[in-house]
Design a protein around this ligand. Structure first.
Ligand code: URA
Length: 245
């Protein structure tokens, strides 16, 4: 569901502010009825008309990106830093990231212009697995990792149980490589979890999102999702939502 003024603005007919005026002044119809309420929400299947002319909807597009470190998961940045949409210079659709990876985190990021799809994947009750590979300062013991597996108290509440695997340890450098699977998506969650057990994160990469991996992509590269992958992701998200509601 999206706000009507946003849908009109996205179709390129008017700015958000101008779209609000058009609605208030009775120029806009949803499914044949004039709507003057600004809070009205519509879905992709609603027919929106401005002055009797149906708005053109953008084609839904879905991308998987290998986000490099040092890039913001956003469509613009006030400080002029590189943002993920800079990697799509020729795309006319207005895509945005599904969730976010920190500036210093690399790895798998999905981008789309399909608001319903993005909301479905980001729904808080959704338990889609995300697999991260972490390089830590110091080598956590089994008991330390066990704390992450059980769930650990952070300032915004206890984390859900995680799967954790020590992949390798460098005794000389005192660093470790650990794989962690979580399904929540709180702000800087993996970094805060490792911080909480006393092993700060030196490097963080998201390797998997549900069944999707970075296979075949190098850092900074993108590919379109196939129809089948989009369908599978929707199915996985819907199944998880039903299980948890
Ligand atoms: N957890 C983090 O701490 N950072 C990310 O970018 C993703 C998950």
């Amino acid at each position: 569901m999206e706000r009507l003024q946003k849908v009109i603005a996205r179709a390129g007919i008017a700015s958000r502010r101008k779209a609000e005026e058009l609605i208030k002044e009775g120029h806009v119809k949803v499914n044949g009825k004039v709507v003057t309420e600004l809070g009205t929400k519509v879905t992709a299947s609603d027919k929106v008309e401005v002055d009797e002319i149906p708005i053109e909807k953008e084609n839904p597009v879905y991308f998987l990106m290998y986000k490099p470190r040092g890039v913001i998961s956003s469509v613009k940045d006030d400080k002029g830093r590189k943002v993920v949409t800079d990697f799509f210079p020729l795309l006319k659709e207005r895509i945005y990231p599904v969730g976010r990876l920190d500036y210093d985190t690399s790895g798998l990021l999905l981008l789309t212009n399909d608001g319903e799809f993005a909301n479905l994947l980001m729904h808080p009750r959704n338990q889609i697995d995300k697999v991260y590979v972490v390089k830590t300062e110091g080598i956590p013991a089994k008991e330390d990792l066990r704390k992450l597996e059980k769930g650990i108290k952070l300032e915004d509440g206890k984390t859900a149980p995680a799967k954790v695997n020590l992949l390798s340890a460098d005794k000389r450098k005192q660093t470790a490589i650990i794989e962690i699977t979580i399904h929540e998506g709180r702000n800087r969650q993996v970094r805060r979890m490792f911080e909480a057990i006393g092993f700060p994160v030196l490097k963080l990469k998201r390797e998997r999102y549900s069944f999707l991996t970075l296979a075949g992509l190098r850092t900074g590269e993108i590919r379109e999702l196939t129809h089948h992958e989009v369908k599978q992701l929707r199915a996985a998200a819907n199944e998880s939502l039903h299980k948890n509601s």
